[in-house]
Design a protein. Structure first.
Length: 162
């Protein structure tokens, strides 16, 4: 059987527009200021802009709470699944040095082929974090928490942490 040269392009998952994800301030919700056009399994779909969307409080694969404590950080990937539902998948927790930089470079979590990444968020907990900070339950601007969001069409090789 001859290989169809276009076969590698079948079933792709990616975004064709950015939703401009934001998650900031003294709140736990997220916003996208634009609709997200995306491709899931090769099929075109759209997610309307979101205002004050409820941030998931557990990992979309692990079903575990996504938490941080002082001197640790992690990467969280924001994804769309069939029907436009927003899910997040957390990467491993990594230690930070005294300057607040990652000691070991964080990596992206494994993304199921039924998820379309549209952004990722690098979250760090400085030495001033008190107790446990919980994704989706604790305010984005909690003492000691810093966050950087990168909107993507598809995930790059590794997260940008600077």
């Amino acid at each position: 059987m001859a290989l169809n040269k276009s076969e590698p392009l079948r079933g792709l998952n990616f975004c064709t527009t950015t939703g401009l994800l934001t998650a900031t301030g003294a709140e736990t919700v997220y916003d996208t200021t634009a609709a997200i056009q995306y491709v899931l399994g090769g099929k075109i779909a759209s997610k309307a802009a979101v205002t004050d969307g409820t941030t998931p409080t557990t990992g979309g694969v692990s079903a575990a709470a996504i938490t941080l404590t002082a001197n640790y950080g992690r990467v969280v990937v924001w994804c769309l699944v069939s029907g436009g539902t927003v899910k997040v998948i957390e990467g491993d927790v990594e230690a930070l040095d005294a300057a607040g930089d990652f000691i070991d470079y964080p990596s992206f979590p494994d993304i199921p082929d039924t998820y379309v990444p549209f952004a990722y968020q690098v979250i760090k907990g400085a030495s001033t974090v008190s107790g446990t900070w919980t994704f989706g339950s604790s305010n984005w601007n909690a003492t000691g928490i810093t966050s950087t969001i990168v909107n993507v069409a598809a995930l790059p090789d590794r997260p940008s942490i600077s």
